[in-house]
Design a protein around this ligand. Structure first.
Ligand code: CDP
Ligand code: CDP
Length: 214
């Protein structure tokens, strides 16, 4: 099935844009960051030292983790029958998520689920490594960017405590599936664009590739 990969650093606009794009195209929207955040939330709930990859992997081996698609055509993750939601934007999760998502066992777990979600449906999937590692063969690959100042302002406007530059640095420098611009990705600078402007720019790039709004 078709996969539209949307990668980029924090507050580049991935979630807002991917959700709107998926609606326009009639595709399912998959937010992979939510999965890493939910796993981080669970690891913190268990009181595990997030700096110890072995302890993080251990904590997960006893948890039941289910990923799927809700009736509204958006992805969900359920851990031990709970769907963490509001807690995923907590500053504690923001602080620890880059450490937890660098653990190979965590990446393997999430990657397998992401590939399964796209097996029998068209998806817009956002994250850090969707175009580079999860679906390197998809021809529909975008990298959203914006200046660090603008991204910081956007997060502040949302009222979240989030050290996005520290997170971006960790995400870009880790060994496993670092944040990077895939060689064949189409880069869209969202700094001066509205959300609808970004969606329009992506749709304009998709049209010649045969992907059109329904
Ligand atoms: O919304 P924001 O860009 O701030 O973050 P997110 O997409 O919710 O992702 C939270 C964290 O999960 C990132 O900082 C990465 O550490 C991790 N992540 C990842 O490693 N790989 C992905 N495909 C998506 C997220
Ligand atoms: O998912 P990611 O962290 O990349 O970004 P987001 O959560 O979609 O966007 C962060 C904030 O910036 C949201 O409040 C968006 O409404 C806003 N934004 C914007 O105002 N203009 C854009 N071109 C992109 C995002």
């Amino acid at each position: 099935m078709r996969v539209i990969a949307i990668d980029g650093p924090a507050a580049s606009g991935k979630s807002s844009v991917s959700r709107r794009l998926a609606k326009r195209l009639g595709f399912v929207y998959v937010n992979s960051g939510t999965m890493y955040r939910a796993i981080t939330w669970e690891v913190l709930r268990q009181g595990v030292d997030t700096a110890s990859p072995a302890s993080v992997a251990d904590a997960l081996s006893g948890s039941e983790i289910v990923c799927g698609i809700r009736d509204n055509d958006e992805s969900f993750i359920r851990i031990n029958s709970e769907i963490p939601d509001a807690a995923l934007r907590d500053s504690r999760v923001n602080l620890h998520v880059s450490l937890v998502s660098a653990v190979p066992a965590v990446r393997e777990l999430v990657s397998t689920r992401l590939r399964l979600l796209a097996r029998d449906r068209d998806v817009v999937m956002e994250g850090r490594d969707i175009g580079s590692v999860i679906f390197p063969e998809t021809p529909f690959k975008f990298y959203l960017d914006a200046s660090p100042e603008i991204r910081r302002e956007r997060r502040a406007a949302e009222g979240h405590s989030d050290e996005i530059e520290a997170r971006d640095k960790m995400d870009s420098s880790r060994k496993a599936a670092p944040l990077m611009v895939a060689g064949d990705a189409m880069v869209v600078d969202t700094s001066q664009l509205t959300l609808d402007g970004v969606v329009r720019a992506i749709l304009d790039l998709l049209r010649p590739l045969g992907v059109t709004p329904r």
